[in-house]
Design a protein around this ligand. Sequence first.
Ligand code: SF4
Length: 92
Amino acid sequence: MSGPSARRAAEDPAGRTPESGWSVHVDRGVCGGSAICVGIAPGRFRIEDRKSRPVEERIEPDERVRDAADSCPWEALTVTDLATGAVLAPEQ
Ligand code: SF4
């Protein structure tokens, strides 16, 4: 499929372009403050009040962030695909 109909198929019924990229969430109630995520994905997380916080909550795909979520000992990090809503990490 190509042309205008293909473009329409990529839009939601309201005609908006779907979101792309990833959402990064830290459950600060669960985070143990180990800073492993900061070490694995420098520039993507920062420690505030002994808890991690994403520098940006919406990012372009970055495998380091997925690795950080898979490596978090408290499973406090969640990476979600904005286009599909699928949880990309941690692995279920
Ligand atoms: S790796 Fe997990 S527990 Fe450690 S600071 Fe990052 S989010 Fe918190």
